[in-house]
Design a protein around this ligand. Structure first.
Ligand code: URA
Length: 208
């Protein structure tokens, strides 16, 4: 399972800003969206194109268009919504498939409460969005659901990942590529990434 750590200076700079303990909701939200946009650029760099002839200002000109598979963005509720705008800025015609999972705070395992996928999942590329890849439980369940619906091309986009989550994904879904701004040190006893960003959902929505 390839893990792509996107280490562009803009990505490192923006992630560094997000780590500040007293960052405002506005700044955290804007940076989550900007980072999602930059990570999407990387996560889609192997999309196939096809040639077309169009009428340009000086006559016919050959241009390229993205071909074939259509994309669905898959934000995991609720924090994944904070990355959606950034991704849709780049891929405005993508369909949105929503997965609602919450973490049982004692087992740390995900529980599903909502699922609404785009049609024809077998011919789509899924871009899963979640700011944090922590234990990997939520991600594994999301991938299970996408594969059950027929999707064969699945990628995950995260701001920060923990080594524990990456190892779990490698063991369960080695065919899924992951794009992250950073892989941090470890999880704490409550399943939070260290040094991490804290509770990304709360910071995006301004709750707590
Ligand atoms: N979810 C978060 O919001 N933060 C973490 O560190 C782990 C899971």
């Amino acid at each position: 399972m390839p893990v792509h750590i996107v280490s562009h200076p803009l990505v490192r700079h923006k992630l560094g800003l997000m780590r500040k303990h007293n960052i405002s909701t506005k700044d955290f939200r804007e940076l989550a969206s900007e980072l999602a946009r930059l990570l999407t650029y990387e996560a889609t760099k192997d999309l196939e194109t096809e040639k077309r002839i169009i009428q340009g200002w000086s006559g016919p000109v050959e241009v390229e268009r993205i071909k074939g598979k259509k994309i669905t963005v898959v934000p995991i509720l609720r924090a994944g919504l904070g990355m959606m705008d950034g991704v849709l800025d780049l891929i405005p015609s993508a369909k949105v498939s929503v997965v609602g999972l919450y973490r049982n705070e004692s087992t740390l395992e995900p529980v599903r409460y909502y699922l609404k996928l785009a049609g024809n999942m077998h011919e789509r590329i899924s871009l899963i969005l979640d700011p944090m890849l922590a234990t990997g439980g939520t991600l594994v369940m999301t991938i299970d659901l996408l594969k059950e619906a027929g999707c064969q091309n699945i990628r995950g986009i995260f701001l920060v990942a923990a080594p524990e989550g990456i190892r779990r994904l490698e063991a369960t879904h080695p065919d899924v590529d992951v794009y992250v701004a950073a892989v941090d040190e470890k999880l704490n006893a409550d399943g939070y990434i260290l040094p991490g960003l804290g509770d990304a959902g709360d910071k995006i929505f301004g709750t707590k």
